[in-house]
Design a protein around this ligand. Structure first.
Ligand SMILES: NC(=O)c1ccc[n+]([C@@H]2O[C@H](COP(=O)([O-])OP(=O)(O)OC[C@H]3O[C@@H](n4cnc5c(N)ncnc54)[C@H](O)[C@@H]3O)[C@@H](O)[C@H]2O)c1
Length: 284
């Protein structure tokens, strides 16, 4: 089964990336945003992402133009009524996502599938907000979407085999590698990655080394493409904190308890690349 109309809810880092990937399957894509300004911004972000790929030679200029024409942004939820697949990419906050799922239940078609891009939250809690929980699953893309090949396809207790198969086929159509995983906080990657990132902040807090030193150590010593602080800034410190909070809620394991420095930086609005400053400074 292939989807010809796809809705993406949320226009942040992941919303833009997922919309671009979805357009790459040949589908018409509508991105739902909360304001006209953020709807305009997500279209600009997609333009910039495609332009960068063309500059790097990883995408053909013609192909980028065709893909771009398949995406439009809206602020009207009713514009998702004919979407066959809806991918939710709003802030990592269970209450916000649950409210959104209830709103989607009233609008979407009787055969639509809804997939959440949550990094850690219980997909089952979202599935139970709609009248068709068998058609809800997780589709956890990675950031930056155009460069990362993995997608975790998350199976809540309620998902039907048909839903899992359709979303897995969609992931393959995006030229990504799907890996099915149980609906458990952090799935595979974040359950393993976030204790590492959290402990890097702990080392910094204890003055064991500088952030530059820790980043250099993990790149040079482990062959990682970027160090933990560059990665936290890329993911977003608010999103990282929400992921750790969700992991700690699920497992009550002290490795997941967010290090105080991380929480303080989020309170200070130091969110990483998206706010212009996190562990490092970024030109806006
Ligand atoms: N950043 C990453 O590396 C990454 C990777 C994979 C998955 N995710 C997941 O994707 C989702 C979005 O993350 P992001 O990094 O794009 O975040 P972001 O902060 O860049 O964007 C969040 C989006 O949610 C919207 N939003 C915020 N509050 C809202 C509300 N009350 N109601 C409706 N919309 C609201 C914002 O307007 C924005 O469009 C989260 O579930 C996150 O865990 C993030």
């Amino acid at each position: 089964m292939s989807f010809t109309k796809i809705g993406v809810v949320g226009s942040g880092i992941m919303g833009g990336g997922v919309a671009e990937a979805a357009a790459g399957t040949g589908a018409q894509v509508v991105v739902l945003s909360r304001s006209v300004a953020s709807a305009d911004a997500v279209v600009v972000a997609i333009d910039q992402s495609l332009a960068k790929q063309v500059d790097k030679g990883t995408r053909d200029v013609q192909e980028a133009a065709v893909l771009r024409q398949r995406v439009r942004a809206t602020t009207d939820l009713a514009d998702l009524a004919d979407s066959e697949l809806i991918i939710e990419t709003v802030v990592e906050d269970l209450a916000v996502k649950m409210e959104l799922f209830r709103a989607l239940d009233a609008v979407v078609s009787s055969s639509a599938i809804i997939a959440t891009c949550t990094s850690t939250l219980p997909v089952i809690d979202l599935a139970m907000q709609v009248s068709f929980p068998e058609r809800v699953c997780g589709v956890h893309f990675f950031n930056p979407v155009h460069a990362m090949t993995l997608v975790e396809v998350v199976r809540p207790l309620t998902a039907s085999d048909a839903t899992m198969a359709a979303v897995t086929d969609f992931v393959l159509a995006c030229n990504k590698e799907p890996v099915e995983v149980k609906d458990q906080a952090g799935f595979i990657v974040n359950a393993l990655l976030f204790p590492y990132l959290n402990n890097a902040v702990r080392l910094l807090e204890k003055d064991v080394a500088t952030k530059e030193g820790i980043d250099a150590a993990m790149k040079g010593g482990c062959g990682f493409p970027m160090g933990p602080f560059a990665l936290l800034d890329l993911v977003g410190l608010d999103t990282s904190l929400a992921i750790l909070d969700a992991l700690y809620t699920e497992y009550a394991d002290s490795n997941y308890a967010p290090v105080p420095l991380l929480r303080r930086m989020v309170s200070a609005g130091q969110l990483g690349r998206k706010s212009g400053a996190g562990f490092y400074q970024y030109g806006k």
